[in-house]
Write a new protein. Structure first.
Length: 637
């Protein structure tokens, strides 16, 4: 859940002091491992739940501070964006009814958050990436106003040496350059914790790496980002790129990103990971230093290792090693950061059951996973699962290539069941949660596939932003009913919210699939384009996508009249285009844009972001909007 008591080093000397403390924590941890000062003989599980806060039209709502005021005393905290909220469930011993207790705990915490949010005219939605997110929600004004977030943003930007570039290809393609780390706020996760003893850490961590791919394949829930259909679990690609602090030189050298799956198996100890991360990644922030951990160990006390934990919190391995202190005892955990939030709480607990069951079964069956699978296969499996979900091809033990769905259904579900039974979990819980996984695989309906199928069923209906709101509305409805995603009906366009918030900005009603021409193009080409596509206006852009002019049907008519008296003339678009067209941004209010068109007596407005063309809105769009609003008003009258 993090800490707010941090400070940015003001000079190199202060940073050296912190790094000295970090190294002392490393030495203290080595001593604790050698002296066996860790809790053993018990297995605990836990989880962190992240969630989105949305308004009545299912768009992000910057309400986290107000909601947290109403949640005072409850285990909730902030995240990077003001539309994110996070909670921690209490750890549970891995036995008996722990899975159903996990669901009850998560359900209770989520209901508590929903009640507090409702008092602020806000709703809580669980999903990996919110479909209704827009570029306008990713400015620094949406960042939670806590110093550590702004410090991290500035320092990461300085390390990067400029803007963050994101490029993701799926069914669609998204390329975006952003000047801050707020793209990371698009992601919300359901993070699992699995307590392990020091001597078994390497074995279980490697197994966690191996089983991550099939668990992710059946748990994908994030296929959409800023209106683009990308990977089945787009969070994986987005998170890695959104906080990539490598400079161009570091990229050329192949330096690892702060978000990674890793490069190799662990041989014997958790220390291999901590040492590697300290060696590779500079500390970004510091905290006030406490007592020497060595002095605490000399007195028989358990040190917090705060410097090491802070540094570890800025390294985002998908399976992250964790040191913790609970009840006066030190312990080690494996934190699985791969799984998305949603589609429902029951789905999340089913994913957890599958993950914990596989770890338990394979730890009994496989003495050394590194002999059964290469690390490259484990890593390739991970990215294949993120891209394709249940359609992924996975290389399993012995180099066998299988479809993820077949591997899970024919082999891994039985292993997970055996693993949970061997640890004494209730038969009812095992059947319930693994039954959800089995039904999900048989139907092919992950959360990601449900979204993609729902969008396909709404093809051609309304604006893209309305279809995204219809998705979010159905997700919220089904989550509140507690049904797993394989039982959900597809979202329908009629489910799109009808409130006026749905048409508040130009970005919500503009056309983004725009036909354009270049200044040097022949006017005859532009005329043909306008004729073929029934267009009255065509934006003119340069080769970098920057708007440089606008061509109207009226200008072509004038040229046609002139051509009758000057036959054979070859005219370029630049010769007749409007060179300084009036424009708006995607965040211009719909009313303001309408007033601009009326004041200047023009029929269209190109929509630009940082000088680049992103869409167009015409008088026809306003007429269509008026028609839909009138139809809804008459239907409700």
């Amino acid at each position: 859940m993090g800490t707010n008591q941090i400070s940015e080093p003001s000079d190199p000397a202060q940073m050296r002091t912190f790094v000295r403390a970090l190294l002392e924590d490393i030495h203290a941890l080595e001593r604790m491992l050698a002296e066996e000062r860790f809790e053993t003989g018990v297995r605990r599980i836990g989880a962190e739940q992240e969630m989105f806060l949305v308004d009545r039209s299912l768009r992000p709502r910057a309400a986290v501070l107000e909601v947290l005021e109403r949640l005072a005393g409850a285990p909730f905290t902030t995240e990077l964006a003001q539309f994110n909220l996070e909670t921690n469930m209490p750890p549970l011993v891995f036995e008996g009814d722990c899975l159903s207790r996990m669901e009850q705990s998560l359900e209770g915490l989520t209901q508590t958050a929903r009640k507090a949010a409702a008092a602020e005219q806000t709703q809580v939605l669980l999903c990996g990436i919110l479909p209704t997110l827009e570029r306008s929600h990713l400015g620094l004004e949406w960042m939670t106003p806590i110093p550590r977030y702004h410090q991290l943003n500035r320092l990461m930007t300085e390390l990067r040496g400029g803007a963050f570039k994101t490029s993701i290809k799926g069914l669609d393609e998204l390329q975006i350059t952003h000047d801050n780390v707020m793209l990371e706020a698009c992601n919300t996760s359901f993070q699992l914790h699995f307590q392990v003893a020091p001597r078994e850490f390497a074995k279980l961590y490697n197994l966690a790496q191996a089983v991550t791919a099939p668990v992710l394949a059946v748990a994908c829930n994030s296929p959409l980002l800023l209106g683009h259909r990308l990977w089945h679990e787009t969070r994986v690609a987005l998170f890695q790129q959104s906080v990539d602090t490598r400079s161009e030189t570091h990229i050329q050298r192949g330096m690892r990103t702060r978000v990674s799956f890793g490069d190799r198996w662990v041989k014997s100890s958790i220390m291999e990971i901590f040492r590697d991360d300290v060696a590779r990644f500079r500390s970004l922030i510091a905290i006030p230093l406490g007592e020497s951990p060595m002095a605490m160990l000399d007195r028989g006390e358990v040190p917090p290792l705060s410097a090491l934990r802070l540094h570890n919190g800025t390294i985002y391995r998908w399976n992250r090693p964790c040191y913790g202190v609970s009840g006066g005892r030190a312990h080690l955990r494996i934190e699985n950061r791969v799984l998305p939030a949603g589609p429902s709480i029951r789905d999340q607990v089913a994913n957890a059951a599958f993950y914990f069951g596989l770890l338990s079964a394979l730890s009994d069956e496989v003495e050394d996973v590194t002999r059964a699978m290469t690390f490259d296969d484990a890593k390739n499996n991970f990215f294949s699962a993120a891209r394709y979900g249940l359609n992924a091809r996975l290389s399993w033990f012995g180099g066998r290539a299988r479809g993820a769905d077949g591997l899970i259904q024919d082999e891994l579900l039985d292993k997970a069941e055996a693993g949970l039974r061997s640890r004494g979990l209730l038969a009812h819980d095992i059947d319930l949660y693994l039954g959800v996984i089995r039904a999900r695989v048989e139907s092919g309906r992950t959360g990601a596939q449900w979204m993609l199928d729902s969008l396909a069923s709404m093809e051609g209906r309304g604006k893209p932003s309305e279809r995204m709101r219809a998705l979010a509305r159905e997700m919220l409805l089904q989550q509140e009913q507690g049904r797993p995603v394989h039982e959900w009906p597809l979202a329908s366009f009629e489910g799109a919210p009808a409130e006026q918030d749905s048409f508040r900005t130009i970005g919500q009603i503009m056309t983004s699939d725009v036909f354009t021409v270049h200044p040097e193009d022949l006017v005859d080409l532009a005329a043909s384009l306008m004729d073929w596509e029934h267009l009255r206006y065509v934006p003119v852009e340069d080769r970098d996508g920057r708007l440089v002019g606008l061509l109207s049907h009226r200008q072509l008519l004038r040229l046609t009249t002139r051509a009758k008296s000057e036959p054979g003339e070859s005219v370029a678009v630049r010769d007749i285009m409007i060179t300084d067209p009036i424009t708006v941004t995607p965040w211009t209010s719909t009313l303001e844009a309408f007033q601009v068109m009326d004041r200047h007596q023009i029929g269209c407005l190109p929509v630009v972001d940082d000088g680049k063309l992103v869409g167009i809105v015409t008088e026809h769009d306003f007429m269509e909007l008026a028609r839909r609003l009138l139809e809804r008003w008459l239907a409700e009258a």
